[in-house]
Design a protein around this ligand. Structure first.
Ligand SMILES: NC(=O)C1=CN([C@@H]2O[C@H](COP(=O)(O)OP(=O)(O)OC[C@H]3O[C@@H](n4cnc5c(N)ncnc54)[C@H](O)[C@@H]3O)[C@@H](O)[C@H]2O)C=CC1
Ligand SMILES: O=C(CO)COP(=O)(O)O
Ligand SMILES: [Zn+2]
Length: 334
Protein backbone atom coordinates (compact mmCIF):
# COMPACT_ATOMS: atom_id res chain seq x y z
CA UNK A 1 0.00 0.00 0.00
CA UNK A 2 1.35 3.42 -0.94
CA UNK A 3 0.47 6.17 1.50
CA UNK A 4 0.46 9.69 0.15
CA UNK A 5 0.81 12.52 2.60
CA UNK A 6 1.46 16.21 1.82
CA UNK A 7 5.05 17.07 0.77
CA UNK A 8 4.78 20.66 2.03
CA UNK A 9 2.71 21.97 4.92
CA UNK A 10 2.98 25.66 5.71
CA UNK A 11 0.87 27.04 8.54
CA UNK A 12 1.72 30.67 9.29
CA UNK A 13 0.66 34.29 8.84
CA UNK A 14 1.15 35.35 5.22
CA UNK A 15 1.63 31.75 4.01
CA UNK A 16 -0.40 32.41 0.85
CA UNK A 17 2.52 34.49 -0.48
CA UNK A 18 4.56 31.27 -0.57
CA UNK A 19 2.37 29.60 -3.20
CA UNK A 20 4.73 30.66 -5.99
CA UNK A 21 7.77 29.15 -4.17
CA UNK A 22 5.91 25.92 -3.43
CA UNK A 23 4.89 25.55 -7.08
CA UNK A 24 8.49 26.11 -8.12
CA UNK A 25 9.77 23.49 -5.67
CA UNK A 26 7.24 21.02 -7.03
CA UNK A 27 8.17 21.94 -10.61
CA UNK A 28 4.55 22.91 -11.33
CA UNK A 29 4.15 25.75 -13.81
CA UNK A 30 0.54 26.24 -14.78
CA UNK A 31 -2.05 25.95 -12.01
CA UNK A 32 -5.78 26.50 -12.23
CA UNK A 33 -7.17 28.14 -9.10
CA UNK A 34 -10.61 27.08 -7.86
CA UNK A 35 -12.30 29.41 -5.39
CA UNK A 36 -15.64 30.82 -4.19
CA UNK A 37 -17.23 34.24 -4.44
CA UNK A 38 -16.31 35.23 -0.87
CA UNK A 39 -12.69 34.13 -1.17
CA UNK A 40 -11.70 35.29 -4.65
CA UNK A 41 -10.25 38.43 -3.05
CA UNK A 42 -7.42 36.30 -1.66
CA UNK A 43 -6.44 35.00 -5.12
CA UNK A 44 -3.97 37.71 -6.04
CA UNK A 45 -1.96 35.44 -8.31
CA UNK A 46 -1.25 35.61 -12.04
CA UNK A 47 -3.04 32.29 -12.65
CA UNK A 48 -6.36 31.33 -14.22
CA UNK A 49 -9.24 31.29 -11.72
CA UNK A 50 -12.63 29.56 -11.78
CA UNK A 51 -15.52 29.45 -9.31
CA UNK A 52 -16.25 26.07 -7.76
CA UNK A 53 -19.99 26.28 -8.50
CA UNK A 54 -19.21 26.56 -12.21
CA UNK A 55 -17.08 23.40 -12.05
CA UNK A 56 -19.87 21.58 -10.21
CA UNK A 57 -22.52 22.62 -12.72
CA UNK A 58 -20.79 21.04 -15.71
CA UNK A 59 -19.45 17.69 -16.85
CA UNK A 60 -15.67 17.78 -16.48
CA UNK A 61 -13.97 17.18 -19.85
CA UNK A 62 -10.25 16.53 -19.58
CA UNK A 63 -9.49 18.30 -22.87
CA UNK A 64 -10.84 21.60 -21.46
CA UNK A 65 -8.12 21.59 -18.79
CA UNK A 66 -5.21 20.11 -20.71
CA UNK A 67 -2.97 23.18 -20.18
CA UNK A 68 -3.03 22.91 -16.36
CA UNK A 69 -0.48 20.81 -14.48
CA UNK A 70 -2.10 21.21 -11.04
CA UNK A 71 -5.17 22.54 -9.26
CA UNK A 72 -5.04 25.01 -6.36
CA UNK A 73 -8.14 25.20 -4.12
CA UNK A 74 -8.57 28.49 -2.26
CA UNK A 75 -11.52 28.81 0.12
CA UNK A 76 -13.86 26.96 2.49
CA UNK A 77 -14.83 23.29 2.50
CA UNK A 78 -16.70 23.21 -0.79
CA UNK A 79 -14.07 25.13 -2.75
CA UNK A 80 -11.32 22.83 -1.43
CA UNK A 81 -13.39 19.71 -2.07
CA UNK A 82 -14.25 20.80 -5.62
CA UNK A 83 -10.61 21.56 -6.37
CA UNK A 84 -9.58 18.17 -5.01
CA UNK A 85 -12.23 16.47 -7.09
CA UNK A 86 -11.20 18.28 -10.27
CA UNK A 87 -7.53 17.41 -9.66
CA UNK A 88 -8.54 13.76 -9.21
CA UNK A 89 -10.56 13.78 -12.44
CA UNK A 90 -7.66 15.35 -14.35
CA UNK A 91 -4.98 13.18 -12.70
CA UNK A 92 -2.92 16.18 -11.54
CA UNK A 93 -1.68 17.20 -8.04
CA UNK A 94 -3.82 19.31 -5.72
CA UNK A 95 -2.65 22.17 -3.53
CA UNK A 96 -4.91 23.14 -0.64
CA UNK A 97 -5.08 26.79 0.40
CA UNK A 98 -7.80 26.97 3.07
CA UNK A 99 -9.18 30.42 3.93
CA UNK A 100 -10.96 29.03 6.98
CA UNK A 101 -10.79 25.98 9.26
CA UNK A 102 -14.24 24.39 9.22
CA UNK A 103 -13.35 20.71 8.58
CA UNK A 104 -10.43 18.35 8.01
CA UNK A 105 -11.00 18.20 4.24
CA UNK A 106 -8.28 20.88 4.07
CA UNK A 107 -5.68 18.11 4.34
CA UNK A 108 -7.49 14.80 3.88
CA UNK A 109 -7.30 12.43 0.91
CA UNK A 110 -11.12 12.45 0.76
CA UNK A 111 -13.58 13.99 -1.65
CA UNK A 112 -17.05 14.33 -0.20
CA UNK A 113 -18.67 16.49 -2.84
CA UNK A 114 -20.11 13.30 -4.31
CA UNK A 115 -21.92 11.04 -1.84
CA UNK A 116 -20.70 8.68 -0.56
CA UNK A 117 -17.28 10.23 -0.12
CA UNK A 118 -14.25 8.48 -1.61
CA UNK A 119 -10.47 8.39 -1.22
CA UNK A 120 -8.13 10.19 -3.60
CA UNK A 121 -4.50 11.33 -3.32
CA UNK A 122 -3.85 13.65 -0.37
CA UNK A 123 -3.09 17.28 -1.29
CA UNK A 124 0.55 17.54 -2.39
CA UNK A 125 0.85 20.77 -0.38
CA UNK A 126 -1.15 22.63 2.24
CA UNK A 127 -0.67 26.35 2.53
CA UNK A 128 -2.70 27.63 5.47
CA UNK A 129 -2.47 31.38 5.89
CA UNK A 130 -3.43 31.94 9.52
CA UNK A 131 -3.77 35.70 8.97
CA UNK A 132 -6.59 35.04 6.48
CA UNK A 133 -8.08 32.16 8.49
CA UNK A 134 -8.22 34.26 11.71
CA UNK A 135 -10.36 36.81 9.88
CA UNK A 136 -12.79 34.22 8.49
CA UNK A 137 -16.35 34.03 9.88
CA UNK A 138 -16.32 32.91 13.54
CA UNK A 139 -19.06 30.41 12.81
CA UNK A 140 -16.79 28.44 10.44
CA UNK A 141 -14.01 28.36 13.05
CA UNK A 142 -16.48 27.06 15.64
CA UNK A 143 -17.61 24.35 13.22
CA UNK A 144 -13.99 23.17 12.91
CA UNK A 145 -14.07 22.20 16.60
CA UNK A 146 -17.01 19.88 15.84
CA UNK A 147 -14.99 18.04 13.18
CA UNK A 148 -12.13 17.62 15.68
CA UNK A 149 -14.11 16.35 18.70
CA UNK A 150 -15.51 13.77 16.23
CA UNK A 151 -12.14 12.02 16.28
CA UNK A 152 -12.82 10.89 19.86
CA UNK A 153 -15.95 8.89 18.98
CA UNK A 154 -14.58 7.89 15.58
CA UNK A 155 -11.61 6.18 17.28
CA UNK A 156 -13.82 4.57 19.95
CA UNK A 157 -16.07 3.24 17.17
CA UNK A 158 -13.09 2.00 15.16
CA UNK A 159 -11.73 0.07 18.14
CA UNK A 160 -15.20 -1.36 18.76
CA UNK A 161 -15.38 -2.56 15.13
CA UNK A 162 -11.94 -4.14 15.55
CA UNK A 163 -13.05 -5.97 18.71
CA UNK A 164 -16.54 -6.98 17.60
CA UNK A 165 -16.05 -7.46 13.86
CA UNK A 166 -12.31 -7.98 13.43
CA UNK A 167 -12.01 -4.88 11.28
CA UNK A 168 -8.54 -3.72 10.22
CA UNK A 169 -7.32 -1.20 12.80
CA UNK A 170 -4.25 1.02 12.91
CA UNK A 171 -3.20 1.83 16.48
CA UNK A 172 -0.74 4.50 15.30
CA UNK A 173 -3.27 6.45 13.33
CA UNK A 174 -5.91 5.97 16.06
CA UNK A 175 -3.56 7.35 18.75
CA UNK A 176 -2.53 10.23 16.49
CA UNK A 177 -6.13 11.16 15.76
CA UNK A 178 -7.33 10.80 19.37
CA UNK A 179 -4.41 12.79 20.79
CA UNK A 180 -5.05 15.66 18.38
CA UNK A 181 -8.64 15.88 19.62
CA UNK A 182 -7.80 15.50 23.32
CA UNK A 183 -5.17 18.22 23.15
CA UNK A 184 -7.49 20.68 21.46
CA UNK A 185 -10.33 19.94 23.89
CA UNK A 186 -8.01 20.46 26.88
CA UNK A 187 -6.65 23.66 25.37
CA UNK A 188 -10.14 25.02 24.71
CA UNK A 189 -11.38 24.18 28.21
CA UNK A 190 -8.36 25.62 30.01
CA UNK A 191 -7.39 28.75 28.09
CA UNK A 192 -8.49 32.20 26.98
CA UNK A 193 -8.60 30.86 23.38
CA UNK A 194 -6.01 33.39 22.17
CA UNK A 195 -4.22 30.61 20.23
CA UNK A 196 -7.42 28.79 19.22
CA UNK A 197 -7.30 29.38 15.46
CA UNK A 198 -3.67 28.33 15.14
CA UNK A 199 -4.23 25.18 17.17
CA UNK A 200 -7.43 24.37 15.30
CA UNK A 201 -5.74 24.59 11.89
CA UNK A 202 -2.92 22.32 13.06
CA UNK A 203 -5.45 19.85 14.52
CA UNK A 204 -7.46 19.71 11.27
CA UNK A 205 -4.32 19.22 9.19
CA UNK A 206 -3.24 16.44 11.58
CA UNK A 207 -6.65 14.84 11.33
CA UNK A 208 -6.44 14.81 7.52
CA UNK A 209 -3.01 13.20 7.76
CA UNK A 210 -4.33 10.54 10.20
CA UNK A 211 -6.88 9.65 7.51
CA UNK A 212 -4.11 9.41 4.92
CA UNK A 213 -2.04 7.12 7.18
CA UNK A 214 -5.03 4.85 7.82
CA UNK A 215 -6.04 5.01 4.14
CA UNK A 216 -9.58 5.32 5.47
CA UNK A 217 -11.65 8.03 7.14
CA UNK A 218 -12.08 5.67 10.14
CA UNK A 219 -9.85 7.72 12.52
CA UNK A 220 -11.98 10.82 11.94
CA UNK A 221 -15.41 9.54 10.97
CA UNK A 222 -17.57 7.23 13.07
CA UNK A 223 -21.15 7.24 14.34
CA UNK A 224 -21.12 11.04 14.82
CA UNK A 225 -20.41 11.44 11.08
CA UNK A 226 -23.11 8.87 10.26
CA UNK A 227 -25.51 11.13 12.16
CA UNK A 228 -24.29 14.18 10.22
CA UNK A 229 -24.59 12.35 6.88
CA UNK A 230 -28.11 11.28 7.90
CA UNK A 231 -29.02 14.93 8.58
CA UNK A 232 -27.68 15.87 5.11
CA UNK A 233 -29.85 13.14 3.59
CA UNK A 234 -32.94 14.37 5.43
CA UNK A 235 -32.23 17.97 4.37
CA UNK A 236 -32.47 16.76 0.79
CA UNK A 237 -35.38 14.37 1.34
CA UNK A 238 -37.62 16.99 2.97
CA UNK A 239 -36.09 19.97 1.15
CA UNK A 240 -35.26 21.57 4.51
CA UNK A 241 -34.09 25.14 4.59
CA UNK A 242 -31.42 24.60 7.25
CA UNK A 243 -27.91 25.92 6.67
CA UNK A 244 -26.10 23.92 9.36
CA UNK A 245 -22.44 23.17 8.61
CA UNK A 246 -20.75 19.76 8.42
CA UNK A 247 -18.61 20.44 11.51
CA UNK A 248 -21.57 21.75 13.51
CA UNK A 249 -23.61 18.60 12.83
CA UNK A 250 -20.66 16.35 13.67
CA UNK A 251 -20.10 18.19 16.96
CA UNK A 252 -23.69 17.58 18.10
CA UNK A 253 -23.39 13.97 16.92
CA UNK A 254 -20.26 13.56 19.03
CA UNK A 255 -22.07 14.67 22.20
CA UNK A 256 -24.65 11.90 21.70
CA UNK A 257 -22.33 9.14 20.49
CA UNK A 258 -19.82 9.73 23.30
CA UNK A 259 -22.74 9.38 25.74
CA UNK A 260 -23.55 5.96 24.24
CA UNK A 261 -19.90 4.90 24.64
CA UNK A 262 -19.87 6.20 28.23
CA UNK A 263 -22.82 3.97 29.10
CA UNK A 264 -20.82 0.91 28.06
CA UNK A 265 -17.51 1.91 29.61
CA UNK A 266 -17.22 3.44 33.10
CA UNK A 267 -13.71 4.70 32.32
CA UNK A 268 -15.28 7.17 29.88
CA UNK A 269 -17.52 8.73 32.51
CA UNK A 270 -17.93 12.50 31.97
CA UNK A 271 -16.71 12.39 28.35
CA UNK A 272 -19.85 13.71 26.68
CA UNK A 273 -20.15 16.58 29.17
CA UNK A 274 -16.53 17.53 28.52
CA UNK A 275 -17.09 17.45 24.76
CA UNK A 276 -20.25 19.54 25.10
CA UNK A 277 -18.44 22.11 27.27
CA UNK A 278 -15.61 22.42 24.74
CA UNK A 279 -18.12 23.03 21.93
CA UNK A 280 -19.98 25.61 24.03
CA UNK A 281 -16.74 27.42 24.85
CA UNK A 282 -16.10 28.06 21.13
CA UNK A 283 -19.79 28.90 20.55
CA UNK A 284 -20.50 25.83 18.45
CA UNK A 285 -24.08 24.50 18.53
CA UNK A 286 -24.91 21.78 21.07
CA UNK A 287 -28.70 21.51 20.63
CA UNK A 288 -31.15 20.80 17.81
CA UNK A 289 -32.46 24.35 18.12
CA UNK A 290 -29.01 25.87 17.72
CA UNK A 291 -28.36 23.59 14.74
CA UNK A 292 -31.67 24.66 13.19
CA UNK A 293 -33.45 21.29 13.06
CA UNK A 294 -36.81 20.24 14.47
CA UNK A 295 -36.53 17.61 17.18
CA UNK A 296 -38.23 15.04 14.92
CA UNK A 297 -35.48 15.35 12.32
CA UNK A 298 -32.79 14.73 14.95
CA UNK A 299 -34.66 11.62 16.08
CA UNK A 300 -35.15 10.37 12.52
CA UNK A 301 -31.46 10.96 11.73
CA UNK A 302 -30.49 8.90 14.79
CA UNK A 303 -32.69 6.01 13.65
CA UNK A 304 -31.31 5.87 10.09
CA UNK A 305 -27.65 6.75 10.78
CA UNK A 306 -26.47 3.10 11.02
CA UNK A 307 -27.75 2.44 7.47
CA UNK A 308 -25.79 5.27 5.84
CA UNK A 309 -22.80 3.07 5.06
CA UNK A 310 -21.30 -0.25 5.99
CA UNK A 311 -19.39 0.95 9.07
CA UNK A 312 -19.76 -0.76 12.46
CA UNK A 313 -20.13 1.73 15.30
CA UNK A 314 -21.68 2.14 18.74
CA UNK A 315 -25.03 2.39 16.90
CA UNK A 316 -24.58 -1.28 15.96
CA UNK A 317 -27.82 -2.42 14.26
CA UNK A 318 -29.52 0.88 14.92
CA UNK A 319 -31.64 2.79 17.46
CA UNK A 320 -35.42 2.68 17.48
CA UNK A 321 -37.42 5.91 17.88
CA UNK A 322 -37.74 5.61 21.67
CA UNK A 323 -34.02 4.95 22.11
CA UNK A 324 -33.17 7.83 19.80
CA UNK A 325 -35.50 10.24 21.62
CA UNK A 326 -34.12 9.16 24.99
CA UNK A 327 -30.54 9.67 23.82
CA UNK A 328 -31.23 13.15 22.43
CA UNK A 329 -33.12 14.12 25.60
CA UNK A 330 -30.58 12.77 28.06
CA UNK A 331 -27.77 14.62 26.31
CA UNK A 332 -29.78 17.85 26.15
CA UNK A 333 -29.75 17.92 22.35
CA UNK A 334 -33.56 18.12 22.31
N1 LIG B 1 -13.08 16.02 1.89
C1 LIG B 1 -13.36 15.96 3.16
O1 LIG B 1 -12.75 15.23 3.95
C2 LIG B 1 -14.47 16.80 3.66
C3 LIG B 1 -15.05 17.72 2.85
N2 LIG B 1 -16.07 18.47 3.27
C4 LIG B 1 -16.63 19.46 2.31
O2 LIG B 1 -16.74 20.67 2.95
C5 LIG B 1 -18.04 21.20 2.78
C6 LIG B 1 -18.39 21.97 4.01
O3 LIG B 1 -17.44 22.97 4.18
P1 LIG B 1 -17.73 24.26 5.05
O4 LIG B 1 -16.50 25.11 5.01
O5 LIG B 1 -18.27 23.86 6.36
O6 LIG B 1 -18.92 24.96 4.28
P2 LIG B 1 -19.02 25.61 2.83
O7 LIG B 1 -17.81 25.45 2.01
O8 LIG B 1 -20.32 25.14 2.28
O9 LIG B 1 -19.24 27.11 3.23
C7 LIG B 1 -18.24 27.94 3.73
C8 LIG B 1 -18.56 29.37 3.34
O10 LIG B 1 -17.63 30.21 3.94
C9 LIG B 1 -17.03 31.04 2.98
N3 LIG B 1 -15.67 31.36 3.40
C10 LIG B 1 -14.61 30.54 3.51
N4 LIG B 1 -13.53 31.21 3.92
C11 LIG B 1 -13.92 32.51 4.09
C12 LIG B 1 -13.25 33.69 4.48
N5 LIG B 1 -11.96 33.67 4.81
N6 LIG B 1 -13.95 34.84 4.51
C13 LIG B 1 -15.28 34.86 4.19
N7 LIG B 1 -15.96 33.77 3.81
C14 LIG B 1 -15.28 32.61 3.76
C15 LIG B 1 -17.07 30.26 1.70
O11 LIG B 1 -16.99 31.10 0.60
C16 LIG B 1 -18.43 29.58 1.83
O12 LIG B 1 -19.45 30.43 1.37
C17 LIG B 1 -18.93 20.01 2.52
O13 LIG B 1 -20.02 20.37 1.72
C18 LIG B 1 -17.99 19.07 1.80
O14 LIG B 1 -18.01 19.35 0.42
C19 LIG B 1 -16.54 18.35 4.54
C20 LIG B 1 -15.98 17.45 5.40
C21 LIG B 1 -14.89 16.61 5.04
O1 LIG C 1 -15.74 14.33 7.15
C1 LIG C 1 -14.91 13.47 7.08
C2 LIG C 1 -13.85 13.34 8.12
O2 LIG C 1 -13.88 14.43 9.01
C3 LIG C 1 -14.94 12.51 5.96
O3 LIG C 1 -15.46 11.34 6.39
P1 LIG C 1 -16.54 10.46 5.60
O4 LIG C 1 -15.77 9.23 5.20
O5 LIG C 1 -17.58 10.18 6.62
O6 LIG C 1 -17.07 11.22 4.44
ZN1 LIG D 1 -15.81 15.55 8.94
Amino acid sequence: MIITTPRFTIIEDGAINKLKDVLKKLNLKNPLVITGKHTKKYCKFPYDIEYYDKILSQTIKKQDYIQYDCIVGVGGGRAIDTGKYLAYKLGVPFISVPTTASNDGIASPIVSIKKPSFMVEAPIAIIADTEIIKKSPKRLLSAGMGDIVSNITAVLDWKLAYKEKGERYSESSAIFSKTIAKELINYVLNSDLSEYTNKLVKALVGSGIAIAIANSSRPASGSEHLFSHALDMLKEKYNLNVNSLHGEQCGVGTIMMSYLHEKENKKLSGLSTKIKESLKKVNAPTTSKELGFDEDIIIEALTIAHKIRNRWTILRDGLNREEAKKLAEETGVI
